[in-house]
Design a protein around this ligand. Structure first.
Ligand code: PLP
Length: 256
């Protein structure tokens, strides 16, 4: 058999604008040199301004898709974005336990346009069952605070997430106003590492999915966590610099 290209299993929502979700994952993984296997967790109704509706995909269907892909060959990394139901969380937990490959989780809780995408009960299940198994979580500060409401800084939120067992947290600062964007990588056994990027004169749709998938692609190709975090950010910043308008709202990263 021919050698397999590095395969990243992406479990994400479908965004019909092509800016966020599974489109972002497929393009970002391909741009790193990997191949995305895509399982859609939810269908959405949205435009480039905001999300109007989320329709979860039945967990039983996802289970069959997973089984077919797993029989077909091994995964080199897994990326999880929007999660549609508690039943999906249970499937993901079982998958992570048996596959033992790097797992990047981009917690999609609220759209940039303001719509809530996950209810509090599902969020609690995610925190309790999935977060402890994650290699790298990539919340923005607002998402980190939703998981840790009494965390009064990114560092405090990250410490609480790391205490669950999650191994690395990259708190992104795109949602915090300021002349630059500060992303901070936290892990249990090392000092935080700061990454400062010029703030671009735009607001974006799909930046978080793009970054998380680029990092997952790098991990699948064999990069260390440090290399993947650096390269993923560099590539995403370049994609944001070349962002394109595909509708009336926010621009989407140019991922080719
Ligand atoms: N729709 C889907 C399927 C997503 O995964 C996301 C974010 O990750 C969004 C919408 C919202 O993206 P944004 O907050 O960048 O607008």
């Amino acid at each position: 058999m021919m050698p397999l290209v590095k395969r990243v299993l992406c479990l994400s929502g479908h965004d019909p604008t092509g800016g966020a979700g599974i489109h972002a994952d497929i393009e970002a993984v391909a741009a790193q040199g990997g191949h995305a296997l895509s399982i859609v967790t939810a269908l959405t109704v949205q435009d480039t301004r905001n999300v109007r509706h989320v329709e979860p995909v039945a967990a039983a269907l996802i289970e069959r898709q997973l089984a077919a892909l797993e029989e077909d060959g091994p995964f080199d990394a897994i990326k999880i974005g929007l999660i549609g139901s508690a039943a999906q969380v249970h499937l993901m937990v079982d998958l992570i336990r048996r596959s033992r490959v790097p797992l990047v989780f981009d917690p999609v809780l609220r759209a940039g346009g303001g719509a809530d995408l996950v209810d509090p009960e599902l969020q609690a299940t995610v925190l309790d069952q999935l977060v402890p198994l994650v290699d790298l979580m990539t919340p923005n500060l607002a998402e980190a605070r939703r998981f840790v409401p009494d965390g009064n800084s990114g560092g405090a939120c990250a410490a609480s997430l790391l205490a669950t067992g999650c191994r690395n947290v990259l708190v992104t600062g795109g949602d915090i106003p300021g002349p630059t964007v500060l992303n901070i990588w936290f892990r249990a056994d090392a000092e935080p590492r700061h990454f400062e990027w010029p703030r671009l004169d735009e607001t974006f749709h799909g930046a978080g999915c793009t970054l998380a998938s680029a990092i997952a692609g790098q991990l699948a190709l064999g990069a260390s966590m440090a290399e993947a975090i650096v390269r993923g950010q560099q590539w995403t910043q370049a994609a944001l610099t070349r962002a394109v308008a595909v509708g009336c709202g926010r621009r989407i990263p140019f991922r080719r």
